[in-house]
Design a protein around this ligand. Structure first.
Ligand SMILES: Cc1ncc(COP(=O)(O)O)c(C=O)c1O
Length: 445
């Protein structure tokens, strides 16, 4: 049932960008803020399964999923059908004015799928940043405390509060301050860059020690953390790091907020990345992959925390829009019936093998990491951990020119990340990896 009427193959009919994309780029430069940039120089006409087709008829392999969003594929058949039906029924009433079943059904699904079998409640929003903001609101309200702790390399969004939680200045924060106050930053676990042999427990002790010195555990409302960091470089913490943080939070009345905006919904081969280590956060933020490309996000958490807030304290005009909710229900159904958790695990096995083969030929590959369909290579000057952002940009550009959409990330801009739609065929994935290999071998020669 994976789409699509679009042929699932890479096909370049013009050099990229083609003439129609160039025309659109000219129109864009007249009216679109340069503050909004795009990775690819081509303009999209259609997308489905594991490919994106541009306005010149070029078909590219999609290894980015619109930044981890189209997990079920672009225009996935169930999503298209559910959205079409919902649009015909009604498009919006505002759940805060006149409620509807789709919102409730998404909350039921979230209660069931998120880690832990404690009583949970949910509130829905539009974007990942909005979910993180609301998780902090809930944590502050529920604890009566104000301090919030975030970690190095974190990314939580571009609103004022989430910029404050985000670590990297360029391009996310520079020039946009002053930022929300009472936010504190502590080191995380980054096995490739931590002292050799540092365990997860040791990295957690380092983080906890700094939080206790800077703030004091009894002042902290929440620790906000991505179980696997996204924009920060697909950093998978050492085993034991997240469980140790959870223990510390539980012992000190600190709300553990797992930001699963990028890692949630089958992306890492589990419903949520917290599941890999049996971590049960107090609050979980979700967005991106939840709704097959429609804007929807949420905070799922302990019922007593979510219910601590006064009526009307949470919400928004569009939060939990019925069309987005219908898309979410169809996406979740697709993940279940097409076993996309299993698909993510298969992608990990296949891609890590291939990436290891590439690493044997390309000494600039310092680290291969990630889980499921969330994989990355970190590029460095051979034999060191010195980041090579230039090489990374060159490799990404070469892939784009050959019709393979890869993304970069990382605090040092030196990580190539792979986030294919989980419905991508093995052939297409292997072809994309072959193009990546050729680009890496050529760029590092
Ligand atoms: C972990 C994480 N949190 C929050 C966000 C912000 O989500 P949005 O761009 O939908 O506001 C992102 C987006 O990349 C993310 O990866």
């Amino acid at each position: 049932m994976s789409d699509t009427s679009l042929p699932q193959r890479r096909e370049l009919r013009t050099p990229l960008p083609g003439p129609k994309s160039q025309e659109l780029a000219a129109r864009r430069s007249a009216v679109v803020s340069t503050g909004v940039s795009s990775t690819l120089p081509v303009y999209v006409a259609r997308a489905g399964g594991g490919v994106v087709q541009d306005v010149d008829g070029n078909t590219l392999i999609d290894l980015g999923s619109g930044i981890a969003v189209t997990t079920v594929g672009n225009s996935a058949p169930r999503v298209v059908e559910a959205v079409t039906d919902q649009v015909a029924d009604f498009t919006h009433t505002c759940f805060m004015i006149a409620p509807y079943e789709e919102y409730v059904a998404v909350c039921e699904a979230l209660v069931e799928l998120t880690p832990g079998d404690h009583a949970k409640k949910v509130a829905l929003f539009n974007s990942g940043a909005e979910a993180v903001e609301n998780a902090v609101k809930v944590a502050r309200y529920a604890t009566g405390r104000t301090a919030v702790v975030a970690v190095d390399h974190a990314y939580h969004g571009r609103t004022n509060l989430t910029m404050a939680l985000t670590a990297k200045a360029m391009p996310y924060k520079r020039g946009f301050g002053p930022f929300a106050s009472d936010i504190y930053r502590v080191p995380t676990s980054y096995p490739f860059r931590d002292p050799e042999g540092m365990t997860g427990e040791q990295a957690a002790a380092r983080a906890i020690g700094m939080a206790e010195k800077q703030v004091g555990a009894d002042q902290i409302a929440a620790l906000v953390i991505e179980p696997i960091q996204g924009e920060g470089g697909f950093v998978v913490p050492a085993p034991g790091f997240l469980p140790a943080l959870q223990r510390w939070c539980n012992e000190n009345g600190i709300v553990l907020v797992a930001d699963e905006v990028q890692t949630g919904f089958a992306r890492t081969g589990a419903w949520f990345a917290s599941d890999h280590e049996g971590v049960v956060p107090d609050l979980v933020t979700v967005a991106k992959g939840i709704a097959g490309g429609l804007p929807l996000s949420g905070v799922v958490g302990r019922a007593e925390m979510m219910d601590a807030v006064h009526g009307g304290g949470l919400g928004g005009t569009y939060g939990g829009n019925p069309v987005a909710c219908a898309a979410a229900l169809a996406s979740i159904e697709t993940m279940r019936s097409e076993d996309l958790l299993g698909a993510a695990q298969r992608i990990e096995a296949l891609a890590k093998d291939r990436l290891q083969v590439i690493a044997d030929k390309v000494p600039a590959i310092g680290d291969i990491r990630g889980r499921g369909g969330m994989l990355a290579v970190e590029l460095v000057r051979p034999g060191t951990t010195e980041p090579d952002a230039e090489l990374t940009a060159k490799v990404a550009r070469a892939c784009h020119e050959q019709g393979v959409l890869v993304l970069t990330c990382g605090t040092y801009g030196n990580v190539i990340r792979l986030l294919p739609p989980l419905v991508i065929s093995e052939e297409l994935l292997l072809e994309g990896l072959q193009v990546l290999e050729d680009a890496m071998v050529a760029a590092s020669a």
